[in-house]
Design a protein around this ligand. Structure first.
Ligand code: ASP
Ligand code: MG
Length: 408
C-alpha cells in the first residue's frame, strides 16, 4: 500500500456542483493510484460568511455555542456532497464530521484549539476501502459540544489529521497556484515560490499573506508534516512545498514580502513612567482576547511615556472597551486610534546570516517617499507600519529592490 495522503479542498474549490465533481475526480485519481485518501473539505463558497450574517440578523451578538453549531453545518454540506460525488462515480466514500473523526478540541468557542485526535473511525473506514471525507474547521469540546477552530480552520484540520494519521504529506488545494513572493493582485511581477520553510510561511501568514491559516503551519512544523499548496483544478500546477529548512534556502536573503491592511494603530499618550504600566495595559488586552502585534514605547519625556501598538481590526472594538478602563485606572493621557495604516513586511531565513537588510528596506521606503510609523523585527522578518495610502506602493518597491521579480 502506498502512503496515506490528506487532501484539503477550500471553499472556492467546492463552490458549486461542477467543482465538487472535479475535486472528487482528483481525490479518486489519487485513490486509484493506490494511496489511502482522506479529504478535508471546507464549507462551499461563502457559506460560512452567510451563516454568520444570518445569525446576526436573528441577534446582533449571537451566542458563541450556538454560532459554532450553526457554522459547523457549512462543512457538513461540503463533506456529504463530496462523498456523494465519489459514490456516483462508483468509488466508495464516506463522510465524517469532526467529532466522528475523533477531533477533540478545547472549550474556546469560535476559536478552539485541537487538543487530540483519536482517528479510530477514520482508520476503520479507510480499511473498508473508502475515501474518507472529514469536515474541516470543527471538533468536539470537553462538554461534548461542537466547537469551531477559527476562520480558515480547515487547514488546521487537514494538517493535524495528516500528523495523527502519519500521512506522507498534506495537500492544500485552493484557487491560487501556491505561495507567491507577494500578492500578485498588488505586485504583478510576483513569482511562485517552489519551496519555503515553515518559519518563513508563518512569518508571511502573520504579515498578511492569506494562503494558509497560520496555526496550521505551526502544527505542521511541530509534527514535521510536509505541505503542498496547489491549484485545485490545474493539474499542471507545480505548487509550493512548505517544509523544514533546506540548505539551498540560504541563498535568497528575502523570500517574500507581504502587506497587511487589517491592523489598527493605537497610541496611549502620557503613560506614567513607572514599573508595571506596560504590564497593566497588555494584561488587560490579553484578558479582552485582543491579539497585540507590534509594540513601541517612546523614551520617557518628563515622567511619562507614549505607548503605541497595533491590533487586528476585528479585535479593535474589544480593545477600545478594555482601554477605557485602563485609561481611568492608570490616569493616562488621551488614546488615539489610527485605522488608516498598513503593515509591510519582508521575510526570509537568509536574514539570519546577512546584515544590512533593515537599512536597505528603510532606504528604499525613503527613496519612495514612504514614511515609517513603526518598526518591528524578528530573526527572519522586518515589518513597518506605514500610511494606508502608501501600502501598495511600498510593497511593489520592496519586491523589486530585493530582486524578487527575478528568477533565483
Ligand atoms: N469555512 C471556514 C471559514 O470560512 C473554515 C475554512 O474555510 O477553512 O473560515
Ligand atoms: Mg472558507
Amino acid at each position: 500500500m502506498k502512503e496515506l495522503i490528506v487532501m484539503k479542498f477550500g471553499g472556492t474549490s467546492v463552490a458549486d456542483p461542477e467543482k465538487i465533481q472535479r475535486a472528487a475526480d482528483r481525490a479518486i485519481a489519487k485513490r486509484k493510484a493506490g494511496h489511502p485518501v482522506v479529504v478535508v473539505v471546507s464549507a462551499p463558497g461563502e457559506m460560512t460568511d452567510e451563516l454568520i450574517a444570518l445569525a446576526r440578523r436573528v441577534a446582533p451578538e449571537p451566542d458563541s455555542r450556538e454560532l459554532d453549531m450553526l457554522m459547523a453545518t457549512g462543512e457538513q454540506v461540503g463533506i456529504s456532497l463530496f462523498a456523494i460525488a465519489c459514490r456516483a462515480r462508483g468509488v466508495p466514500a464516506v463522510s465524517l464530521t469532526g467529532p466522528q473523526a475523533g477531533i477533540l478540541a478545547d472549550e474556546a468557542h469560535t476559536k478552539a484549539r485541537i487538543v487530540e485526535i483519536k482517528p479510530r473511525k477514520v482508520h476503520e473506514e479507510l480499511a473498508r476501502g473508502n475515501i474518507v471525507t472529514v469536515a474541516g474547521f470543527q471538533g468536539l469540546n470537553p462538554h461534548r459540544d461542537i466547537a469551531t477552530l477559527g476562520r480558515g480552520g480547515s487547514d488546521l484540520t487537514a494538517v493535524a489529521l495528516a500528523a495523527a494519521l502519519k500521512a506522507g504529506h498534506c495537500e492544500i488545494y485552493t484557487d491560487v497556484h501556491g505561495v507567491y513572493t507577494a500578492d500578485p493582485r498588488v505586485v504583478p511581477e510576483a513569482r511562485l515560490i517552489e519551496r519555503i520553510s515553515y518559519d518563513e510561511m508563518l512569518e508571511l501568514a502573520g504579515a498578511g499573506a492569506q494562503v494558509m491559516q497560520a496555526r496550521s503551519i505551526e502544527v505542521a512544523k511541530k509534527f514535521g508534516v510536509p505541505i503542498r499548496v496547489a491549484h485545485a483544478f490545474d493539474v499542471h500546477s507545480k505548487g509550493t512545498w512548505i517544509t523544514g529548512e533546506v540548505s539551498s534556502m540560504e541563498e535568497a536573503v528575502v523570500t517574500g514580502v507581504a502587506l497587511d491592511r487589517n491592523q489598527v494603530k493605537v497610541t496611549i499618550r502620557d503613560v506614567p513612567d513607572k514599573p508595571g504600566m506596560a504590564a497593566e495595559i497588555f494584561v488587560a488586552m490579553g484578558k479582552a482576547d485582543v491579539n497585540v502585534d507590534m509594540i513601541i514605547q517612546s523614551a520617557a519625556h518628563g515622567s511619562v511615556n507614549d505607548i503605541s501598538f497595533t491590533v487586528h481590526k476585528d479585535d479593535h472594538a474589544n480593545a477600545v472597551k478594555a482601554l477605557a478602563q485602563v485609561q481611568k485606572r492608570l490616569k493616562t493621557g488621551p488614546i488615539e486610534h489610527n485605522v488608516n495604516v498598513s503593515k509591510v513586511s519582508v521575510v526570509g531565513v537568509g536574514m539570519r546570516s546577512h546584515s544590512g537588510v533593515a537599512g536597505k528596506m528603510f532606504k528604499n521606503l525613503a527613496d519612495n517617499r514612504v514614511n515609517i510609523e513603526m518598526i518591528a523585527t524578528s530573526e527572519i522578518k522586518i515589518s513597518c507600519v506605514v500610511d494606508r495610502t502608501d501600502g501598495d506602493r511600498a510593497l511593489r518597491c520592496l519586491h523589486k529592490v530585493f530582486g524578487l521579480d527575478k528568477k533565483p
